[in-house]
Design a protein around this ligand. Sequence first.
Ligand code: DGY
Length: 323
Amino acid sequence: MAVVSRPRVALTQRYTPATEARARELFEVTDNPGDTPYDADGLRMLLATHDGVLCTVTDRLTREVLAVTPRRARVLANCGVGVNHIDREAAREFGLIVTNTPDVLTDDTADLAIALMLMTMRRLGEAERLLRSGTWTGLRPTFHLGQRLTGKRLGIIGYGRIGRAVAQRAHHGFGMSVQYWSPRAGADDGGLAERATSVEALLGSSDVVSLHCPATPDTRHLLHADRIARMVPWGVLINTARGDVVDEGALAEALHAGVIAGAGLDVYEREPALHPRLVTAPNTVLLPHLGSATTETRDAMGLKAVENLRAALSGEAPPDRVA
Ligand code: DGY
């Protein structure tokens, strides 16, 4: 009897136990027990020797990497919704299918954006550092005053699934009025938010600005020094989208100069490196890319990525194809 060999799939990092177990049920798996991201040569080796690769945001799948020959891989299943680390044009050219994991991370990422709003408006990062330093002398009526979040005006840039989920939380949970800017009008949010006429108009009339657009050549440094200067001086900037959307150096300088009141960031231009001036900037809450980091969501993302691999490697249309 002929033995039917199973597809060979490489996992570029450790994924959740549920994800890895499901992948092992379906494929011959090469895992990455050391959990260290592959460099370009390592990624080329995976593409040359596997039918599919389960990858994530730390894997720089550039044209030079994808161009490896001979190439065995047919599918790149990204565990994450953002695919700016994959050259999709090159993937299309080389006949590689690319998939992502939309929907399942919407709630957790929106929750984290709200957490950053509260932390930054109420200066909670600073407060916790102060308490742990042993210098707290007890409650005083004027001690460590922040800004109220409830009832303020929120401006959302990028009004897709996550932007709308943030709008709902902000409006229904905190009574905030919401405006958004997006190149496309008419997003289906039941009339909750109004569309700003321009990015500049939104920046100049929002107490909190939250970024939810994808990283593309068009959105690179969308918030540059001049636009940051359009924000109101008591305004805070929240970024749970991608670091490239903000000119990090310009933001750091604006925070040091008091051009805006604070920033809550989960993503950075050169992860895992941090801009040194951001680290020392006042009222800046810095998180290590945790938007979708709950067990529930990482299981759902991993299982979705594995299902995309299964479908594509069996000749079916993968549910979440993006190239
Ligand atoms: C995403 O889904 O894009 C998150 O940033 C995790 O990679």
